[in-house]
Design a protein. Structure first.
Length: 528
């Protein structure tokens, strides 16, 4: 009996700066890293697929930080909100609790929907689901023309007690359907009580929907076109459209159509994949407690795993409440591509804006504003000729020149730049440990960041999102002795395939603390 060929599964992680691909071929792990295309993230994915030789069925398992970065950088769609009359400001008022109770200069986070895009409709549903007031046709017609005049790209609808009886929400949605913009309706996204959290969740969904929908639809179209091109150039029978699944914030996967319709469930898509993979790897390594640290080009994500991955139904992302199930992950807008800037008082800040892949950091050859990556290059923490395994050379002289000019332009006292001796690595995860009532010293820090080095799988982990656990061997500093324990252990990674599953026959090194003195790096390693 002929055995049915298994489809080629390719794990793809799209970040703000790089797009990583990982797949298994003839028992060996293969990896590919390309620059992301922020204008259309699907383009980078298809470019990567074109470099991968494959025939037959194809399954794409996709994790993305597009939603996360869109929220952090506030680059989503122009969104309108329709709610019960008198409650238009609920998303701005929020809850009574304040993050900084005694800070007189604390500024509240600006809502994603400005005041002129919030519309109230005269309707009311009781807490038991009884319809007390039905929207009048005149009010619906007026709402339609008011919304049309503002030209929103997306609309969120969240009425009081719609989770008990969605009749009024459906009536409002039908009246706005002819605007031909995406509608996010609360009883479909989050049919739960707590008006503020439900409205915030629906607004985030509407804010992300045009961006994610365009991105995922382009990905599907481009992937099908690429599959058809491969079929026409080979003798394989009939086109086989790739099956695409997207990682959810809860740690599971969903179909592409569902992710496009409810992108709020993918806000932590990429980071969630990293936590699942980190937990699986640490469990196989004998470590029950870890701190997962994922530093990308735009954001840094930290999660604590205490024997099991923690989940929550209420969380905050970029300061906004989100009510869908997700892993307990803390995200800040600080990554390798985060831009440096001075405020009006001359104080230096970093992020949340990012240079992304276009134009990218100064050292990539196009950027004009310093980033974290540029700073690490100037400090000697990055080797110009070892980036991306030697496939890409960082421009040190350009970085030094433009950074110096930028500092002079901003009248900084540090205009005279010198490449100093590298200092110990910063610890962005420390600022989030306060939220965990546990001792951080009891946990193994497991880092899998991409801002400093390219990434590669250190061992077997979960399905698609092995792409989040990578550390590039070819980017190890040249001054590491080739026969040193650290260098020898990392470079000797050998993957074999037994009984249908991959096993790692190596002692992988988890580099979670680096200190530099006179350019002699030291690292701590753990046996896996």
């Amino acid at each position: 009996m002929l055995r049915r060929p298994q489809p080629l599964r390719i794990a793809i992680d799209t970040g703000g700066t790089f797009t990583d691909c990982v797949w298994a071929e003839h028992g060996h792990i293969r990896m590919l890293k390309v620059f992301s295309t922020p204008a259309d993230p699907s383009q980078a994915i298809v470019e990567a697929l074109q470099k991968i030789t494959h025939e037959g069925a194809l399954v794409l398992l996709h994790g993305t930080t597009v939603g996360t970065n869109t929220l952090l950088e506030r680059k989503g769609a122009r969104t309108a909100l329709v709610t019960t009359a008198g409650f238009e400001d609920a998303i701005e008022i929020g809850r009574q609790n304040r993050p900084k109770l005694y800070d007189f200069f604390f500024d509240r986070l600006e809502p994603l929907v400005p005041r002129d895009l919030r519309f109230g409709i005269n309707e009311r549903t009781a807490s038991d689901g009884e319809i007390l007031t039905t929207p009048a046709k005149e009010d619906l017609r007026s709402l339609y023309f008011q919304a049309a005049a503002q030209k929103p790209q997306s609309i969120a609808i969240s009425l009081l007690f719609s989770f008990a009886n969605p009749k009024n929400e459906r009536t409002v949605a039908e009246a706005l359907t002819s605007l031909e913009v995406p509608l996010s309706i609360s009883h479909q996204i989050l049919p739960e009580f707590r008006e503020y959290e439900r409205t915030s969740t629906v607004v985030i969904n509407a804010y992300l929907q045009p961006v994610m929908q365009n991105y995922l639809e382009n990905l599907e179209t481009r992937a099908r076109r690429d599959a058809a091109r491969n079929v026409s150039s080979s003798r394989s029978p009939g086109p086989r459209s790739p099956r695409i699944f997207v990682m959810q914030s809860s740690g599971g996967i969903t179909a592409l159509a569902s992710a496009a319709r409810e992108p709020v469930r993918t806000v932590l898509s990429g980071p969630a994949g990293g936590v699942v993979a980190a937990a699986a790897t640490s469990r196989l390594s004998g470590f029950a407690r870890i701190i997962a640290f994922d530093m990308g080009g735009t954001s840094t994500d930290v999660s604590l795993v205490d024997r099991a991955i923690a989940t929550a139904s209420q969380a905050e992302v970029a300061g906004f409440p989100v009510g869908v199930p997700m892993l307990d992950i803390h995200t800040v807008g600080a990554g390798g591509g985060s831009l440096a800037r001075f405020d009006a008082a001359g104080v230096l800040h970093v992020g949340p804006e990012s240079a992304a892949a276009d134009p990218g950091p100064i050292c990539y050859g196009r950027g004009l504003q310093p980033t974290v990556t540029d700073a690490n290059l100037l400090l000697g923490r990055l080797q110009p000729h070892c980036f991306l395994g030697g496939d890409f050379t960082l421009d040190l002289e350009r970085t030094r020149r433009i950074s110096r000019d930028w500092l002079k332009k901003n009248r900084s006292p540090s205009a005279a730049l010198e490449v100093s001796t590298p200092r110990p690595w910063p610890n962005p995860s420390a600022s989030h440990m306060w939220s965990y009532p546990l001792c951080p010293e009891l946990f193994l820090p497991l880092a899998y960041w991409s801002a400093m080095w390219s990434r590669i799988i250190p061992g077997p982990c979960c399905g698609a999102f092995q792409a989040k656990l990578m550390t590039c061997v070819s980017c190890l500093p040249r001054h590491w002795p080739k026969n040193s324990p650290c260098s020898r252990t990392v470079r000797s990674r050998i993957f074999t395939q037994k009984a249908g599953r991959e096993e790692c026959n190596i002692n992988a090194v988890l580099i979670f603390a680096t200190k530099a003195r006179d350019m002699n790096l030291t690292c701590r390693s753990r046996r896996i």
